[in-house]
Design a protein around this ligand. Structure first.
Ligand code: CA
Length: 226
């Protein structure tokens, strides 16, 4: 697994590199966003760990650039825990973040978890007979659809897990907000709709014909697990 680390503070980068390499990852360090884009252009990465505060283009803009060509799991290093909502929310849509100062071993663990969650794309899945509907591994926080692991963001996972709990039952936007976003401040009605939309797109990638999430106008959403 090839990991990109973009961090302009060498002392932090050194400890992270050490922890990632100890886990057996092929970790590449870049000091700036520009350098990272050149590296990524040469050989694709399986995951990126990006510092939010970079001297040139900044972590968020870099994330968008890196994801322009292909989907890439991203973990942010941030100095402010107040940024968490932005990082994990719609605006940035990262897979995870750690707040400085952090333990390099904790970061290595997050890397492993995010990679495992994204594992559906690795091509190492053994072909078995097609499974119908959804399979939810609530401990591993993974959901498979028709036998394929879904690569979901935290909120997409939360939404799908909430709908899966009671297939067929209609959940209102308010109920979904409550379960998935809790008391996050920056979320509105559109938040649910937007995530439902990205979720549907991911399900269509597995099965172009299927549309298991039903919209009930003025009421909310339900799920067919068939
Ligand atoms: Ca920095």
């Amino acid at each position: 697994m090839r990991i990109l680390l973009v961090e302009d503070e060498s002392a932090i980068a050194d400890t992270v590199l050490y922890a990632l390499r100890a886990e057996g990852y092929d970790a590449v360090h870049c000091l700036t966003g520009g350098e990272a884009l050149r590296e990524a252009g040469r050989t694709p990465f399986d995951l990126a760990v990006l510092d939010v505060g970079l001297p040139d283009i900044g972590g968020f803009a870099l994330c968008r650039e890196l994801r322009r060509e292909r989907d890439l799991p991203v973990i942010f290093l941030t100095a402010q825990s107040a940024e968490a909502d932005r990082i994990l929310g719609l605006e940035i849509g990262a897979d995870d973040y750690v707040t400085k100062p952090f333990s390099p071993r904790e970061l290595a663990t997050r890397v492993r978890v995010v990679l495992r969650r994204a594992g559906g794309n690795s091509g190492s899945v053994v072909a078995t007979e097609p499974e119908p509907g959804f399979a939810h591994d609530s401990e591993g926080k993974r959901i498979r659809y028709r036998g394929q692991a879904l690569d979901l963001t935290r909120y997409e996972y939360g939404l799908l897990a909430a709908l899966l709990q009671r297939p067929g039952a209609v959940l209102s936007r308010a109920q979904l907000m409550d379960r998935v976003w809790g008391d996050a401040l920056d979320s509105g009605d559109r938040t649910v709709d937007t995530h439902i939309k990205t979720l549907r797109a991911k399900l269509r990638e597995v099965d172009a014909e299927a549309d298991p999430i039903r919209t009930h106008r003025g009421l909310g959403y339900s799920l067919d697990n068939g």
